[in-house]
Write a protein of this length. Structure first.
Length: 447
């Protein structure tokens, strides 16, 4: 069991319990209902905006899904005693978990929103709606669907593939699940098509061609397609619109930096609760989750963390996660970065480490990321040493971004690092309510 700081604060306990059991209305205010005919460009655009908004909700990237992933790794622990958080922290997740249920619902609502846009735009014909506009709209929806299915597959393993809009109960409303490999194959199909349809223009908050390419690099890494991962990452790295920002803290204080490839944009109306859950009361938060002892020790080692030590703060002698911090300013609108350039360098480093004759090139990629953190160049004379260096760098570089748990699973290191040797625990259970309702949906082994 991971070591933790025990913070006995009544307000934290209450906040944790309330948040775990709260199921928000998942229909964003800026989208139209799914029963409304998408018979105008304005309605299509609102439906697409709604798909982005559904990805932002508290039940998905806004907090609950990312929190479940963090609590499963060795960087984050619960500071309150909420039972749901303790399940993920202790690798004893129940299929009846409210978090599992709301994560699943939120993800499939993104998919259904994207399916509505894809279907609606393809069937909408108006002389003023140009082919480029149609392709751009469909391409963005394909990217969002591909990203969500990627997250579903790495979270739950095999899941149902639903590629058409769902409007009420129909004969195909209860599909069987596809395998994880089949889901990943669909993700690649979506991203290839998105890549072909999306424009070359650069945006940090909307899906673009390069965002699709970057997500393909991540997908190929998970599939151990090393040459393809290297090629996709190189395509993004070579684009002059993407530059590592310095100091590292600008990733926290600034939005849509030159390093960002795709991030979810929050504002005063679309609040982001992440900073409130990390920060202590004195800074406007509830202190529901925070860094492990081991991670605090790691970040206090300047030779390893460098300028990334800003990810940890101290208040009243206690550490807290300082990646999301805007609630203390009254704005509560931290953006959530999903794809950024540092990941492309570390993906390429790992892909090169796995190919003959490319250790030096892989090490050079790692050192690009280290230099941005004000660290000296590292050395790694063997494949094993380089892969360990990459693992260590990813742990620090992407702390409080949902990578570490998945990294340890895909590299076969979860047993050695976390002590989780039961491979059945490497995916979460399917929601009990979904399995009960859909007789074709078979529960994951071990749950």
């Amino acid at each position: 069991m991971k070591k933790r700081f025990y913070i006995l604060m009544a307000c934290s306990v209450m906040a944790g319990a309330t948040s775990c059991n709260k199921f928000l209305d998942l229909q964003p205010s800026n989208e139209i209902g799914e029963a409304v005919a998408l018979d105008s460009e304005e309605k299509l655009q609102r439906a697409l905006n709604g798909a982005y908004s559904r990805m932002q909700v508290s039940e998905y990237y806004g907090f609950e899904w990312t929190n479940a992933i963090w609590l499963s790794d060795d960087n984050v622990v619960p500071y309150s005693s909420g039972t749901t958080d303790l399940q993920f922290d202790g690798y004893a997740v129940l299929s009846s978990s409210n978090t599992i249920d709301i994560n699943w619902k939120a993800m499939y609502q993104v998919i259904n929103a994207a399916n509505n846009v894809i279907d609606g735009a393809a069937n909408f014909n108006d002389p003023s709606f140009t082919a480029d506009e149609k392709n751009n709209m469909i391409g963005q929806a394909l990217f969002l669907r591909g990203l969500t299915y990627f997250d579903l597959a790495r979270t739950f393993g095999g899941v149902p593939l639903i590629l058409k809009p769902t409007r009420g109960l129909q004969s195909d409303s209860y599909p069987a699940k596809s395998t994880a490999d089949q889901v990943y194959a669909q993700v690649l199909t979506d991203l290839n098509e998105a890549e072909a349809k999306l424009p070359e223009s650069t945006s940090r908050i909307y899906a673009t061609k390069k965002a699709a390419t970057a997500l393909k690099a991540r997908l190929f890494l998970y599939q151990k397609k090393w040459a393809e991962a290297e090629q996709a990452a190189t395509t993004v790295i070579a684009d002059n619109d993407y530059v590592l920002v310095k100091p590292y803290e600008k990733l926290i204080t600034d939005k849509a930096t030159t390093e960002s490839i795709f991030e979810l944009q929050y504002n005063g109306n679309d609040g982001n609760p992440l900073s409130g859950l990390f920060l202590p009361q004195a800074l406007g938060g509830t202190y529901r989750i925070g860094p492990t002892n081991g991670f605090v020790t790691l970040m206090n080692d300047a030779a390893k963390s460098g300028s990334r030590n800003v990810l940890i703060g101290m208040s009243g002698g206690q550490p807290y996660g300082n990646r999301y911090r805007r609630v203390g300013t009254g704005r509560n609108d931290d953006n959530v970065i999903i794809l950024r350039l540092a990941e492309m360098y570390l993906i390429r480093a790992e892909a090169r480490a796995q190919q003959p004759g490319k250790l030096a090139d892989g090490l050079a990629d790692v050192n690009e990321v280290r230099r941005r953190a004000d660290l000296t160049n590292a050395a790694a004379g063997t494949q094993a040493a380089l892969l360990q260096l990459i693992e260590d760098e990813r742990r620090i570089e992407f702390a409080f971004e949902p990578h570490r748990w998945f990294d340890l699973i895909r590299t076969g290191r979860a047993g050695a690092v976390l002590g989780v040797t039961d491979a059945k625990k490497y995916v979460f259970p399917l929601p009990a309510n979904e399995v009960l309702t859909n007789k074709q949906l078979i529960q994951n082994d071990g749950y």
